[in-house]
Design a protein. Sequence first.
Lengths: 84, 198
Amino acid sequence: MKHVEMLDCDAVMRQLWDYLDGELTAEREEAVRAHLTMCNRCFPQKNFEESFLRVLAQSRREHSRAAALKDRILLALRADGFAA
Amino acid sequence: MPDSRARDEQFRDLALPHLDAVTRYALALTRDEAETDDLVQETFLRAFRSWDQFAPGTECRAWLFTICRNAHLRTVQRDERMDVMPDADVEALAAAAIHAAARGDGIEDVFAQEQVIAAVRQAVDDLPEPFREVVQLVDLQEQSYDEAASVLGVPKGTVRSRLFRGRRLLQETLIGHARDAGIVGRPRGRGADGESTS
């Protein structure tokens, strides 16, 4: 049976963003996940931080000028010898 | 060493697909659309001229971001960059306190409010450096901590601490905005731990 590290709320809160960013080791990620599934205090915070990060990601602005800029870049590259 | 045509095709296939991402990153750096176009052009020209230095199999987007940032820094010659080193764990716990307060005030869904979503970009733009550039790289350009550290030329721990400070500042700003705009209710004299003080 695989041993899963036990973490307290304080440790989980310190590492919550690392966890949501996928920056923890597999073992630590599993330990945080195990804590979150059974903790009524940390689980709502995880949802709160997730919705915050989702809002941030949504704020990426797509550029309508992208095509025009690409043409400009290609022109400059070709003047510099780019031939593909 | 690939021949010239193969080299150009490799550049076309590996570098050019990142044009949109580099453009978004350049805009985040310059905050000016005309300067962005110049910076993106300079980035790709430098990348093309240095293509032999790119190691195939490594992350091309991060390599382009590094060139872009270096080009930007050369242009603006920032001579007084704020270089503080907040404690990442302290920032993470402060964010937990923000959540506790929001929960206590019944505004836990504040980040699902449409008006808040609209305010995010401005709040990111208004973040002080060096927190803004880390948030831009990790949260908006989806770079890992390691990739962001490589682009910025700082240790991974510095990325983490600046990112967490930036996120906490953003949360405070956005919740304040939501309250000022009447989107969510005002706090009823609560401390950071969510206990009522009135």
